[in-house]
Design a protein around this ligand. Structure first.
Ligand SMILES: *Cc1c(COP(=O)(O)O)cnc(C)c1O
Length: 413
């Protein structure tokens, strides 16, 4: 028998969503009549179909694959220039960011890229995450051996956790000492908070001063409504020297089941080799991708390109505003019910302080039993998420309105 990667045995994960499933199944067993009334507001997945512009583009691309003259086999390793150029122009140049098409790497998901990026970094870095946090950042570091064991609160040894709670207005304090790598996610999953230009400027200055790398996850940038909030870390001066940015078509264009994303690695952004020399991360990532990844299908990249057409821009804006109207209904419903509500104005997630000092799981059970609504316990995203709860705006209007009606009539104080 081969030996296994023992780091996997350190993982606490696989706990949150299976435990939610277990509790819902138990509830249905005890209350079979309530089963069809259950509304799932815990989901981090989109519910609306793809924009028409993407569908049309993908149909056309399928037909191209049927003819010798227009057939595409393996594509360019970094992604097709037509897509990289559309991204550079619309997502970066138009916002004043100095990012060129050849600094963009097309992929099949930000989750994979967040995980894969650890391949090109050393294992001796000090790594910081916010708490609560998108679990992928933590678990991928556990799997690759960058952490120690988890303690009782679920915090892994060697990782630095920066609490984000109502007390600090969900703004992580900049570390007093040097960290080598810091994960930032804005708009934030799970708290729905955003980072101002001032906040990001401080992070970039910190990273420059300490030689840190910022891994910036902007999967939800399309949900930003406030014109003063940056959509990209590269809107901050000098961010090119310190940051990698992850973007995805999953949430803005509903590509969660279609799969297309991209990662920006500016040229000149470097890490230190064992001999003390500086090595560009762009080249390392290119080498890594060309060995471990064979690209996103031509058809899907044509679909993603269509997001940047006039029709595609209108249709994705329509999707975003549909979900953000859901978020508004959730925010208002919960506020009327007397709860402390955060997020949901520049992000599709609403983050609640649980009423009456219930733990996250106690509130999960209250909500399930009294209103048949399923949400996500904040403690599942990290120890500092205890006492909080996440509701998602990714749902039908009917479900969202029904859910808020129930909360209003049952839970209101
Ligand atoms: C949904 C999500 C992503 C996107 O992941 P994909 O693999 O591109 O679907 C990235 N980061 C966060 C925090 C997310 O919630």
């Amino acid at each position: 028998m081969p030996t296994i990667n023992n780091n996997f045995l350190k993982l606490k994960a696989g706990y949150l969503f299976p435990e939610i499933g277990r509790r819902v199944a138990e509830f249905i067993k005890a209350n079979p009549d309530a089963a069809e009334k259950i509304i799932k507001l815990g989901i981090g997945d989109v519910t609306e179909p793809l924009p028409e512009a993407c569908i049309v583009a993908m149909h056309k691309a399928v037909d191209e694959q049927s003819q010798h003259e227009s057939f595409h086999g393996y594509g360019p390793e970094q992604g097709y220039p037509f897509l990289c150029e559309a991204i550079a122009e619309h997502d970066y140049l138009s916002r004043g960011c100095d990012i060129s098409a050849d600094e963009i790497f097309i992929s099949d998901g930000s989750k994979c890229d967040c995980a894969g990026i650890l391949d090109i970094l050393g294992h001796d870095n000090t790594i910081a995450v916010t708490d609560p946090v998108y679990p992928v950042y933590v678990d991928t570091n556990v799997m690759i051996g960058n952490t120690g064991e988890a303690d009782d609160a679920g915090r892994y040894g060697k990782l630095i956790y920066i609490p984000v709670t109502a007390e600090n207005n969900f703004t992580p304090e900049i570390p007093a000492t040097k960290v080598d790598v810091i994960y930032l996610c804005y708009p934030n999953n799970p708290t729905g908070s955003v980072a101002s230009k001032e906040t990001l400027t401080k992070w970039v200055a910190y990273a420059k001063q300490h030689g840190s790398l910022i891994l910036y996850d902007a999967a939800y940038e399309a949900f930003i409504a406030d014109p003063d909030i940056p959509h990209s870390i590269y809107e901050i001066e000098d961010a090119r020297e310190v940051a990698i940015e992850f973007r995805s078509f999953s949430k803005n264009a509903g590509f969660t089941g279609t799969r297309c994303a991209f990662t920006v690695i500016p040229k000149g952004l470097s890490g230190t080799a064992a001999d003390g020399s500086m090595v560009e991360l762009h080249g390392l990532w290119g080498r890594r991708q060309s060995t471990k990844f064979n690209g996103v299908s031509y058809i899907i990249q044509r679909g993603a390109e269509a997001v940047y057409t006039e029709a595609g821009q209108q249709q994705t804006a329509g999707l975003v505003s549909f979900y953000m109207e859901n978020a508004r209904i959730i925010r208002e419903g919960l506020t009327r019910a007397g709860m402390a509500v955060y997020g949901g104005t520049n992000a599709p997630y609403v983050w609640i302080k649980t009423p009456d000092n219930q733990t996250s799981w106690e509130f999960f059970d209250t909500l399930l039993n009294d209103t048949h609504i399923v949400g996500t316990p904040g403690s599942g995203f990290g120890a500092s998420g205890e006492g909080y709860f996440r509701l998602s705006a990714f749902n039908s209007r009917e479900n969202v309105e029904d859910a808020m009606q129930r909360i209003g009539s049952v839970l209101a104080v």
